[in-house]
Design a protein around this ligand. Structure first.
Ligand SMILES: Cc1cc2nc3c(=O)[nH]c(=O)nc-3n(C[C@H](O)[C@H](O)[C@H](O)COP(=O)(O)OP(=O)(O)OC[C@H]3O[C@@H](n4cnc5c(N)ncnc54)[C@H](O)[C@@H]3O)c2cc1C
Length: 392
């Protein structure tokens, strides 16, 4: 059943969707906007805000209702991400990688795994993320070295991961491992496990970052870490690489939506400031040089928004959408980088000050060109799909 059919069968009504947007908007203005600068500048984890996110059901946003989630379509989810990012991008990372983990179970897990994990993911009782990247392998995932060796009813995991979002504050992860290190091509030996922290699992380091503050990024180490064989996603070895590709589609739609949200916030700030700031006897928005910038910025934000909608709708129809999600993520993240810089330039010296939000947009934006597949790789994926879909 496609996601669209699922939503039709058990998902949100239009009124429920409006109610959710309304609740989120009120929460953002009341509880989040006033404290963003404080948390971001202190690089402090926003525990209370995360509790509020749990109460609103955001950790189960795209988990089906029969497993306790809100059952949002990707289209609705993308709109939620845009709204939250317009206020604070880092918050969306707290539930996005968690929801990629949930998507892996929802799409590829056995019925027992769905019943065991999804309700606890949906409430946020179990929270965490996605463990793909290793010190020696990010884009080239076939190069990972973390291995899982079968031992009776368990697997023993040894290795390490880096850059894992929610690595410190979370407790549960979808971990990509090698269950066969000899097979060629190497991706046939890769498998996902859902793992909960325990003996043999440790956090070796919290990583310091340019932006995307407050949310934890960590290095993880596994030493003879025992995981029940029942936690092998889908119950069959060798499916991990394909499952990662499937999970990353929703991840890329999320990152694309973040790009739109951040660029949109920068555009709004620039539009307002350009009407307030005067030089040479008139507001700077009356100077053609500033109008050209605003014209470019507004057009790119709108184009990025439409690409995100297009990708999310394809996902909801149950179609293969790596090309659409890739285009949306590539264009929206580059737009976020460009628009946040232009916003800074429109603010002149004030844009470089820590008193304005624009410095945070400028620090947060580049991450979106890297995470969930670098834009270099995405352009290659887009081109490959273009050729595949248009054979001569
Ligand atoms: C803040 C943050 C949070 C993150 N969160 C997570 C997380 O939760 N879970 C997780 O698993 N990972 C996470 N990552 C890791 C992220 O997904 C990787 O950094 C990303 O996939 C790139 O991998 P890499 O850093 O190893 O770069 P590399 O793969 O070493 O790439 C280096 C450069 O080479 C380019 N390149 C590589 N191969 C090719 C090619 N074939 N053709 C053209 N260009 C190429 C890349 O585009 C890039 O420009 C996070 C990273 C950051 C910074």
């Amino acid at each position: 059943m496609s996601a669209a059919e699922q939503i039709e069968e058990e998902g949100l009504t239009a009124e429920e969707e409006i109610q959710i947007f309304d609740t989120i908007d009120k929460w953002l203005e009341r509880d989040v906007r006033p404290v963003v600068k404080k948390f971001d500048h202190a690089d402090e984890y926003p525990h209370e805000i995360v509790e509020q996110m749990k109460e609103m059901g955001l950790f189960g946003a795209i988990i089906e209702q029969r497993y306790g989630g809100l059952g949002m379509s990707a289209s609705t989810y993308a709109k939620v991400v845009i709204r939250i990012t317009e206020v604070w991008m880092a918050l969306t990372g707290i539930f996005n990688s968690h929801l990629i983990m949930a998507t892996l179970v929802q799409r590829f897990g056995t019925e027992e795994q769905k019943q065991h994990f999804l309700p606890r993911f949906a409430t946020g009782e179990l929270r965490g993320g996605l463990g793909l990247t290793e010190p020696n392998a990010g884009t080239d995932l076939q190069g990972i070295r973390t291995r899982a060796d079968k031992d009776g009813d368990n697997y023993i995991i040894n290795g390490g991961k880096t850059w894992i979002t929610n690595g410190i504050e979370g407790t549960c992860y979808a971990l990509l491992t090698k269950t066969d290190t000899k097979v060629t091509p190497a991706h046939k030996g890769m498998s996902f496990f859902i793992v909960e922290k325990g003996d043999g699992f440790s956090v070796s380091r919290r990583l310091e970052k340019l932006g995307y503050k407050s949310i934890d990024s960590a290095e993880l180490v596994f030493e003879d870490f025992k995981v029940p064989a029942a936690n092998l996603v889908g119950g069959v070895e060798g499916q991990g690489f394909y499952q990662a590709a499937g999970g990353l589609e929703i991840g890329r739609i999320n990152v694309a939506a973040r790009g739109v949200g951040l660029a949109s916030a920068a555009l709004k700030d620039a539009t307002r400031y350009s009407q307030e700031r005067e030089t040479f006897g008139k507001p700077i928005c009356k100077h053609q040089a500033i109008q050209l910038k605003l014209g470019d910025m507004a057009t790119k934000v709108e184009a990025a928004r439409l690409l995100v909608e297009n990708a999310a709708q394809a996902y909801d129809r149950g179609e293969r959408c790596d090309m659409e999600a890739g285009m949306a993520k590539y264009f929206a993240s580059e737009t976020a980088v460009e628009v946040s810089l232009e916003c800074m330039r429109i603010h002149g010296g004030y844009g470089y000050s820590k008193e304005f939000d624009v410095e945070r947009y400028y620090r947060d934006a580049p991450l979106m060109t890297i995470g969930e597949g670098t834009n270099e790789m995405l352009r290659i994926i887009i081109a490959k799909q273009l050729i595949d879909r248009n054979p001569v």
